[in-house]
Design a protein. Structure first.
Length: 106
């Protein structure tokens, strides 16, 4: 099985006034994993992720804080975050996001 998804076919969601997500590989294509590109400007969020998650920075600067330890990721950097991990994200960035299982599948 394979599925080509063009950028023009992405499902774009406005998450906040300063954050959009372009969903490319969704749970309808594969419940095992999803893939999206997130764009944010001066964004701040605290979260406990319900999925294993990978961030890959395409552009900008993504700051991730775990247990009061902050890491700054730049273009080309990546981070794995395990399911159930509490973290804080902030910055102006474009990131590729992989969720396993697929976002919203379970």
């Amino acid at each position: 099985m394979h599925k080509i998804v063009r950028k023009s076919e992405a499902i774009v969601r406005q998450i906040a006034s300063n954050k959009t997500v372009s969903n490319l590989i969704t749970k309808e294509i594969s419940p095992a994993a999803s893939f999206a590109v997130t764009n944010a400007s001066e964004y701040h969020e605290k979260e406990i992720t319900p999925y294993d998650r990978i961030y890959f920075v395409l552009d900008g600067e993504l700051k991730l804080t775990f247990d009061s330890q902050t890491y700054t990721l730049y273009k080309g950097d990546s981070c794995f975050i395990g399911k159930g991990t509490q973290y804080e994200m902030r910055g102006t960035f474009e990131v590729a996001v992989v969720n396993q299982p697929a976002f919203g599948a379970y």
